[in-house]
Write a protein that binds this ligand. Structure first.
Ligand code: PXG
Ligand code: PLP
Length: 443
C-alpha cells in the first residue's frame, strides 16, 4: 500500500530534465494519455499538442499501426545485438531510409537520440578526415545559439549559453559562426528572410584564422529550432555549402527537428536544395514512439572509411551504442514510414503551410509580441522579456496555456509551434486562439 502511494504521489525522486523541478513538483502538469492531436491531463482534460511533444510526434499520438508494430515486435524479437550480429528489420529500415534520402546519403548509422546522432556525426567527420590522410583536420565549427543536444560534443559545437556555461571547458578546437537572427532587418518575416546570406561568409574569416587544413567539419541546423525557429536567410545555406566544398570541410546538417516532414519533405536539405555530407536525425524518425536516431552519410564518406580499414575483418568505425538499431525502434520506424506514405503526411504538411503562416502572424499586435517567424510547419512567437527577468513571461504563458487546454513549448520568451503533421486547420486555429488568450492574460 505504502509502495503504491509512493509510486503515484511522490514526485521527489525523478530528477526532471530541462525542468524547473521545484515549481513543477508544487504544480504538476501531469499527462496520462494521448491520441492523435490531443494529450490527456490527469484531471481528465484534453490538451491540444501544439508542439508534437518535443518536436517529435510527427505522425500524431498512438497511431494504431505503430502501436501494433511495436507490440508484435516485442513478442517476436525483443533484442538482438548489432555489434557483429544483426536482425532483418535494422537492414530493412536503413535501406528504406536511404532510398528516401536525397542524393547519395546512402548509409545510415542508428543511434538512440539526437544527442547521440550529433556525437556520432562529429566522430564520423573526424575519422573520415583521418582515413583520407587529412588527420590534421580536427577542428569543428558550430554556430552561436545552435542546439545540438546535450552530449559533450553537442554542447561544444552548440551555442546556447546556459547549456554550456556550467560544464567546464568542453571540447578543444571548436569555433562558432554568428547566428542569423536580426530583428532590426527581419522582424515579422514570413518564411526565409532576404537579409543575412552574407553571415555565412564569416566561415571564410574562421578559415583564414585557423587554416582549412585544421578544420574537419561545420555543423548547423538548417533551421535553428530549439532557440526559437530561425529560418535561414535566402542563399545562406548554399553559401555554406560552397565554402565548405571549396576547402575540403564536411558540412553536417543537424536535421533532428527539420527532417521527416516538418518542412514538407523527407529532409530539410531537399526543401533548401542543398546537399550536405552528413545529416543527423531523430525525433520524427519513429514519431517518438520508441527512442531512436539515425545519421545519414554520403557514399564518399562511407566508402572512404571502409577503404581505409586494414582488411575485411577489421572494424572500420570504433563507435556504436548497445541499442543501435534496436528491434522495437526499427519496427516503430518502419510502421511510421508507412503512415507517412499512406496518409501523405509530408505533402499535407506542405499544403497547410499557408494557413499556419497566416494564423500565427495574426498574433502580431498582441501584448508583448516582438516577432513572429515561421517556415514549413514550425513557427515561433517571440515575446519581449520582462525587464531583468528573462523567461518569466514565457513561463507564465506556458502555465496559462495549459490551463486553457494546450501544451505550449516555450524556450525563454519564445513560444514554439510545431504541430503533429496530422494537424488540421482547425487545430492550428485552436492553438493560435489559446495563445492569443494566454498572451492577453499574462501581460
Ligand atoms: N539536434 C537538434 C537540432 C535538436 O533540435 C537534438 C540535436 C538533441 O536531440 P535529443 O533527442 O538528444 O534531445 C535536438 C533536440 C525544444 C526542444 O523544445 C528541442 C530539442 C529537444 C527537446 C526540447 O526546443 N531538440
Ligand atoms: N557504461 C558502461 C559501464 C557500459 O558497459 C556501457 C556499454 O556497454 C556503456 C556505458 C554505454 O552504454 P550504451 O551502449 O547503451 O550507450
Amino acid at each position: 500500500m505504502l509502495k503504491q502511494e509512493l509510486a503515484t504521489n511522490n514526485l521527489d525522486a525523478f530528477w526532471m530534465p530541462f525542468t524547473a523541478n521545484r515549481d513543477f513538483k508544487k504544480n504538476p502538469r501531469m499527462l496520462v494519455g494521448a491520441k492523435g492531436m490531443y494529450l490527456k491531463a490527469q484531471d481528465g482534460r484534453d490538451i491540444l499538442d501544439t508542439s508534437a511533444g518535443l518536436w517529435c510526434c510527427n505522425a500524431g499520438h498512438g497511431h494504431p499501426k505503430v502501436v501494433e508494430a511495436i507490440q508484435r515486435q516485442a513478442a517476436e524479437l525483443d533484442f538482438a545485438p548489432t555489434f557483429q550480429w544483426g536482425h532483418p528489420k535494422a537492414f530493412e529500415f536503413a535501406a528504406r531510409l536511404a532510398a528516401e534520402a536525397p542524393g547519395d546519403l546512402d548509409h545510415v548509422f542508428f543511434t538512440n537520440s539526437g544527442s547521440e546522432s550529433v556525437d556520432t556525426a562529429l566522430k564520423i567527420a573526424l575519422a573520415y578526415q583521418r582515413a583520407r590522410g587529412e588527420g590534421t583536420r580536427t577542428r569543428l565549427i558550430g554556430r552561436e545559439r545552435g542546439y545540438h543536444g546535450v552530449g559533450f560534443g553537442g554542447i561544444s559545437v552548440g551555442g546556447m549559453v546556459k547549456n554550456r556555461m556550467w560544464f567546464g571547458a568542453l571540447l578543444a578546437g571548436v569555433d562558432h559562426l554568428p547566428h542569423t537572427l536580426n530583428l532590426e532587418h527581419n522582424a515579422f518575416t514570413k518564411g526565409q528572410p532576404e537579409w543575412g546570406a552574407h553571415l555565412a561568409d564569416d566561415l571564410e574569416r574562421i578559415i583564414a584564422l585557423h587554416d582549412a587544413s585544421t578544420i574537419a567539419a561545420v555543423i548547423v541546423e538548417p533551421v535553428a529550432g530549439s532557440i526559437g525557429v530561425y529560418p535561414p536567410p535566402v542563399g545562406y545555406l548554399q553559401r555554406l555549402r560552397e565554402i565548405t566544398e571549396k576547402h575540403g570541410i564536411l558540412l553536417i546538417f543537424d536535421e533532428v527537428i527539420t527532417a521527416y516532414g516538418r518542412l514538407g519533405k523527407f529532409m530539410g536539405s531537399e526543401y533548401f536544395g542543398v546537399l550536405p555530407d552528413i545529416v543527423t536525425t531523430a525525433k520524427g524518425l519513429t514519431s517518438a514512439a520508441v527512442p531512436m536516431g539515425a545519421v545519414f552519410a554520403r557514399k564518399g564518406v562511407y566508402d572512404t572509411l571502409m577503404g581505409a580499414a586494414a582488411g575485411e575483418r577489421a572494424i572500420e568505425l570504433f563507435h556504436g551504442y548497445t541499442y543501435s538499431g534496436h528491434p522495437l525502434a526499427c519496427a516503430a520506424g518502419l510502421a511510421v514510414l508507412d503512415v507517412y506514405k499512406e496518409e501523405d503526411l509530408f505533402a499535407r504538411s506542405a499544403r497547410l503551410h499557408g494557413h499556419f503562416e497566416d494564423a500565427i502572424h495574426s498574433l502580431k499586435g498582441e501584448p508583448n509580441v516582438i516577432d513572429v517567424r515561421n517556415i514549413g510547419l514550425m513557427g515561433t512567437i517571440e515575446l519581449s522579456p520582462r525587464p531583468g527577468k528573462p523567461g518569466e513571461r514565457g513561463y507564465d504563458a506556458m502555465v496559462e496555456g495549459f490551463d486553457r487546454g494546450a501544451m505550449l513549448r516555450v524556450s525563454g520568451d519564445s513560444i514554439a509551434l510545431s504541430p503533429p503533421l496530422i494537424t488540421e486547420a482547425k487545430h492550428i486555429d485552436e492553438a493560435v486562439e489559446i495563445i492569443r488568450g494566454s498572451l492577453r492574460a499574462v501581460v
